[in-house]
Design a protein around this ligand. Structure first.
Ligand SMILES: *[C@@H]1O[C@H](CO)[C@@H](O)[C@H](O)[C@H]1NC(C)=O
Length: 290
């Protein structure tokens, strides 16, 4: 089926998640379908008049309701402080949500799951590929994040201020924790694993960040329970129906907007005399690339 709309929100739908909206087209056809054959063609006037009256009443109710709805949306948009809002260009491009269902079975196979291998690493690399993007001075001002220490991108790289997406950082943290859970395999593959202090600091940082992500979103969907074979206690059904963003699209968006830097490895070096802000405690900071 050729379509401009993505048929697979998030990524690798066949193995990762189940798209439960896939037959909505056929439901629509059934709903709007032609009148069954053999139906009476005799025209009566009173049902037509009654229908027109009902139509007028319902359309005026609908107009009122949709006006209220728009006002409510507008109210929400203007009362959410600018400094807490998601980045508008990203929301406009890849903020759309799609019907989705978690694959929540306990032993659910997944390309991202299980003993590490080249294949598992490749699956994770695809969803953790990130990079810096360029945002404007006004973007930083709105967030209350414009400082004299803000990192500017070189003019030959397009200028603007350096930024990256929070979702990408969250996934990076999850991947680091995954690698830590298989640390024998990754001991000599990930630079930070060779220094116990840096490793501990990174892992504690990731746990702290993901704790705040989970507490901030305080997901209010419900998990339901079933009786299942071979188990005499209530068994949770983690396959929750959701509205999800498309992760692949977000990664593509980052890649397309990736700020090119002229620096080696694409990592900037602090220029001489740059204004700095202090970060404490200093022993947690390691030099070199992250
Ligand atoms: C940068 O701003 C801070 C406070 O916002 C100030 O204390 C510092 O002197 C400034 N540094 C430079 C180099 O302008």
């Amino acid at each position: 089926m050729e379509s401009k709309e993505p048929s697979s929100p998030i990524t690798q739908k066949d193995v990762y998640c189940k798209d439960f909206d896939s037959d909505s087209d056929s439901e629509l056809v059934a709903f709007l379908g032609p009148r069954p054959v053999g139906q009476s063609r005799r025209i009566l006037l009173w049902p037509i008049i009654a229908n027109i009256v009902v139509l007028l009443i319902s359309s005026s109710l609908f107009a009122t309701a949709s006006l209220r709805y728009r006002q409510a949306l507008h109210l929400e948009a203007t009362t959410e402080p600018l400094h807490t809002q998601e980045y508008a260009p990203a929301v406009e491009s890849v903020g759309q949500r799609y019907s989705w269902q978690y694959l929540g079975e306990f032993g659910q196979p997944s390309p991202w799951r299980g003993q590490p291998s080249a294949e598992v690493d490749e699956a994770w690399n695809k969803i953790t590929r990130t990079g810096a993007i360029s945002v404007t001075q006004q973007d930083l001002e709105r967030l209350g994040k414009l400082h004299n220490s803000s990192v500017m991108l070189p003019i030959e790289s397009g200028g603007g201020y350096m930024a990256s997406l929070e979702a990408a950082h969250q996934m990076h943290c999850l991947d680091m924790l995954r690698k830590f859970s298989f640390r024998d395999y990754y001991a000599d593959k990930v630079a930070v694993f060779s220094d116990p202090f840096k490793l501990r600091t990174h892992m504690d940082h990731c746990i702290e960040m993901l704790r705040q992500v989970i507490m901030c979103s305080a997901d209010l969907h419900i998990i339901t329970y079933d009786w299942v074979d071979h188990v005499d206690y209530p068994w949770p059904d983690f396959s929750i129906n959701r509205q999800c963003r498309n992760w692949d699209h977000m990664i593509d968006w980052i890649q397309q907007r990736k700020a090119l830097t002229s620096a080696p490895d694409g990592i900037l070096t602090r220029p001489d005399g740059a204004a700095t802000r202090s970060v404490e405690p200093v022993e947690y900071i390691h030099s070199g690339s992250p």
